[in-house]
Design a protein around this ligand. Structure first.
Ligand SMILES: Nc1nc2c(ncn2[C@@H]2O[C@H](COP(=O)(O)OP(=O)(O)OP(=O)(O)O)[C@@H](O)[C@H]2O)c(=O)[nH]1
Ligand SMILES: [Mg+2]
Length: 233
C-alpha cells in the first residue's frame, strides 16, 4: 500500500514536472533559443567546460547561463567574468534542478533582457549522476559529462543519464595517461545503450577536443533553429 502510494506520488511529480518543462520549451521555441541541460557527477568539469565555451563562442552566439547549485554562488561568479548573463539558482536540499526552478530563471532572464536576442541558454545542473536526468527542464539537448577519473563502469552502474544524453563529453582527458582507464571502453559502454549519442573526449585544461565540442554546439543550434522556424511558419 505504502509502495503503491509512493509510486503514484513519483509518477505525479514527474508528470507535473514534464508539463512545466513543456511550457519552458515553448518559451524557448518562441524566442528562438536553444537550451542545453549540462549534467554530471560533482566535479566532472561542467563549469570548466562552460568557462572555455563562453570564452570561445560568446562573440559568435549570444549566450545566457542558468547555474544550479545546492548552495553558494561560486560557479556563477566564475562565469560572470565572461560578460554573459548568469542566473544563479540555489536548490537548497534538492539534488537537481527541476522545470519549475528553471522557469523562474527564464522569467528572470525575460524581465532583465530581451529574451529573443539570445541564441543559447546553457543550464549547468547540480552535480549528481542520477536525479538530474530524471527531470527535464525544457532543454533541446542533454549534455552529459563523465571525467576519466570516474572509471569505465559508471555508465553501466548509473545508466539513465547516459541513455538519455545527446552528447557525452569524456572530460579531463589530459589526466588519462596517469590513470588505469580505457577511454575507448567508456565509449563502448555508452554506445551499447545509446548508439546515437555523440561522444567527444575533451580537456578544458589543454583545449584538446574543444573544437569538436564547439562544432557539435553549432550543429545542434542550427538544427533547433531550423525546426523552430518551420514550427512558426
Ligand atoms: N586536469 C584537469 N582538471 C580539470 C579539467 N576540467 C576541470 N578540471 C578541474 O576539476 C575540478 C572540478 O571542475 P569544475 O568545473 O568545478 O567541475 P563541476 O562539474 O562544475 O563541479 P560541480 O559544479 O561542483 O558539480 C576543478 O579543480 C577543475 O580545475 C580538465 O579538463 N583537466
Ligand atoms: Mg560547477
Amino acid at each position: 500500500m505504502h509502495q503503491t502510494f509512493n509510486a503514484a506520488l513519483g509518477i505525479n511529480l514527474l508528470y507535473a514536472n514534464q508539463q512545466c518543462a513543456d511550457h519552458n520549451r515553448s518559451h524557448f521555441d518562441e524566442w528562438g533559443i536553444t537550451c542545453f541541460n549540462i549534467m554530471s557527477s560533482p566535479g566532472a568539469g561542467k563549469t570548466a567546460l562552460l568557462e572555455r565555451t563562453l570564452a570561445s563562442l560568446s562573440d559568435e552566439l549570444k549566450i545566457a547561463v542558468i547555474e544550479g547549485d545546492m548552495t553558494t554562488n561560486l560557479d556563477a561568479e566564475r562565469l560572470q567574468k565572461y560578460g554573459v548573463p548568469v542566473i544563479a539558482i540555489n536548490t537548497g536540499r534538492s539534488c537537481h534542478l527541476d522545470a519549475k526552478m528553471v522557469a523562474g530563471g527564464i522569467h528572470q532572464l525575460a524581465q532583465e533582457y530581451n529574451a529573443a536576442d539570445f541564441d543559447l541558454v546553457l543550464v549547468e545542473n547540480v552535480g549528481n549522476l542520477v536525479c538530474p536526468a530524471e527531470f527535464e527542464v525544457g532543454e533541446h539537448a542533454k549534455v552529459a559529462l563523465l571525467s576519466v577519473t570516474e572509471g569505465e563502469d559508471k555508465p553501466l552502474k548509473y545508466p539513465i543519464m547516459f541513455q538519455e544524453a545527446d552528447c557525452l563529453l569524456i572530460t579531463k582527458i589530459d589526466l588519462a595517461p596517469y590513470l588505469d582507464i580505457d577511454v575507448s571502453q567508456i565509449a563502448a559502454n555508452v554506445w551499447q545503450m545509446n548508439p546515437d549519442v555523440a561522444i567527444i573526449p575533451v580537456s578544458a585544461k589543454t583545449g584538446e577536443g574543444l573544437e569538436a565540442w564547439f562544432d557539435w554546439v553549432r550543429r545542434c543550434f542550427a538544427a533547433a533553429t531550423r525546426s523552430q522556424t518551420s514550427q512558426h511558419r
